[in-house]
Design a binder for this molecule. Sequence first.
Ligand code: ANZ
Ligand code: ZN
Length: 819
Amino acid sequence: TPPYSPQTLESEVQRRWQEKQLFRAVGDASGEKFYCLSMFPYPSGQLHMGHVRNYSIGDAIARYQRMRGRQVLQPMGWDAFGLPAENAALKHGLAPAQWTLDNIAHMRGQLQRLGLSYDWSREFATCTPEYYRWEQWLFVRLWEKGLVYQKLSTVNWDPVDQTVLANEQVVDGRGWRSGAAVERREIRQWFLRITAYADELLSGLEHLAEGWPEQVLSMQRNWIGRSEGAEIRFPLATGEGVVKVFTTRPDTLLGATYLAIAPEHPLALAAARTQPELAAFLERCRHVAVSEATVETQEKEGYPTGITVRHPLTGQPLPVWVANFVLMGYGEGAVMSVPAHDQRDFEFARKYGLPIQVVVVPEGEEIPSGILEQAYTGSGRLVHSGIYDGLDNETAKARITAAVAAAGLGRKTVNYRLRDWGISRQRYWGTPIPMIHCPRCGAVPVPEKDLPVVLPTHYHLDNPRSPLLDDPEFHQVPCPQCGGGARRETDTMDTFVESSWYYARFTCPDAAAMLDERAARWLPVDQYIGGVEHAVLHLLYARFFNKLLRDVGLLPADGRHDEPFRRLLTQGMVLKDGGKMSKSKGNTVDPQGLIDRYGADTARLFILFAAPPEQHLEWSDAAVEGAYRFLHRVWRLVHEYGQTPPPLPATLSAEARDLRRLVHQCIDRVSSNMDGRYHFNAAIAAIMELNNALMKVPGEAQADLRAVLGEGLRSMALLLSPFAPHIAEALWQRLGQEGELSFAPWPNADPEALQSSTVTLVIQVNGKLRERLEVPADADAGSIEAVVLAYPPLQKHLAGLSVRKVVVVPGRLVNVVAQ
Ligand code: ANZ
Ligand code: ZN
């Protein structure tokens, strides 16, 4: 037996795959398609174990579907723009483009070494003009449709490096590089109107219920955050203007004792002009990073503005405060504060001595007397609310909303937590936004004939400020409309834009448009695989883009193309010593070392065997060894067998039938663990058990047993092929099999072979259970009677009696009637 040497074997098999271009996707409409996609990587430099897991899962699915006769598309590419390239380039004094391309070359080699069955002819990197030009094209279409707009929005500003920082570049409120305290700044940025699709993004989740994990669906639901409520206007006491608030609890309107507005609210800014202390408070709020999480956790603080409004129903004067927990970006940037029924308002009112008025009490309870311990946020009946007293609070919501509407001071509204998507990045390494700012014409899109706006790539970065800002060749341009001097936009797009439509471009990577008719044929993706960390942003943006592509006419509006990903599998993390494997923890295992030592098949098999795909996987050197030894055993067994399996004889001995049953039970178990649920660990365990059984067949066995052994080995090669494709292929050849294993039909369990070949009969004497006896399943009544009567253990029950009659119920029981 030649030794199992994965390195040479795997590279030979891979060379053959490559020469034959075996995994090129053919979507010729003659068969059923299957689009299998794993989330494409960011070219960070090295594959990590999470990649290997993701891609091994995807490839097992793709290979299985191929053997099921589907036309499979499984592409791979690079999510190539983004901040790390700039940071690394700054560190090493390289151009980000060079750093990125070098990494891609290296990582491509690593993926190829894993033997993943990708259609490499479709590979692309998103940092190439051939790709991002279509993004620019779409941007202009969306601008024309009013789905793109500019507005002032807050960013983190590093006063030393003179640059905008991404949230992840702010560490404890300071710039990651300069260490300077970060400020908030308002600048004009570009937004995509994702909120126009909020309702469809929400209702679409219902159609995904079958194929997506519930956890991801509920995260998206929360992210979209649909709230029904009311907009209520509080007139300013001066009589000039109103303060609008959004509330989900109009029923508590009579318990509102003050208003709280965001520090960026125009009224706050106006009031601060004459009040230095208020201005100082607003200034302090500006130094807190802009994320919602920080706003939630910080200590609640406020400051009175001196402004008074009138209650819309009672006309009572209420003070207006600035509060640091009110977000400018949500609702109206202002809250009617009801301390008795909202915990944040309660704490705030306590801290600043503002009045607390109870207006809802739980059904069947008295109005609380004395001091409240906390806000009551539940339902109940109204009190202290004039004509609304006694109403249940749900009814009161409708009645009070109607009353303010009748007074011209409000209306029923729906509010979303979802914000429009700010895609402007004041960074260099990204897709240039195809707009030109003209002092006369305003914002003008780059004409289609001038696309793409190519990102210059020759810079060697030596400071974090975008070099586009200092490159007049890039930004000094004539206005496309009036021809006068104008300035090209120097912001680039958020890299989430590239990853929002790459799945569609893979269907037609060479199309002379953003997409062509191949997209409709291949989409939606039948199986998408990736990390749950993308549950919200990436997966929501991609769903949004799919709808945009449909609405600009690039995908059919036939109801089948509304969603990009039919099924989603979110793989668990790779853990080591109980914690996440990560660079920062210094507990990573380099997949390259694993592959160099054991080969790709062992790496893949280990990863798929160690845990079901959705669960966390605990790294174990012993389990890697175990997978390796298993492949050795299979190798040896097949080589020792060393022949093309002969056809099965017409009749099999009981022993051969038993073995054949194990073979087909294994086929059955593997198949049922592959279909739709992808329990690869259980599938692999079944193959391992079969291998153990096959190893027990003696070398000098009967011809029929050897024939069944051959059938078992052949089945093992087929069943192993999605998990350990290289060795499976070598075994396939060793067994003299014709044709490509990658396209060989997946085996079907033979129902007859599955049938147990013996049955256990119950033996009664005069109707009383006495013994049990195993007989061949197909034995006839006559032979059963003979066997039973001769069965030694039965004799003691028949002692002294003579047998009158034997009743045989085949397959179940035998009753011996004796006197
Ligand atoms: C009065 C009230 C009384 C409220 C009560 C709640 C309980 P969701 O469900 O998330 O939509 N709110 C409105 N705009 C806000 C902003 N910009 N920043 C912070 N909070 C804001 O939450 C809606 C509720 O959050 C609104 O209903 C408002 O407080 C507050 F017993 O209004 B409520
Ligand atoms: Zn102009």
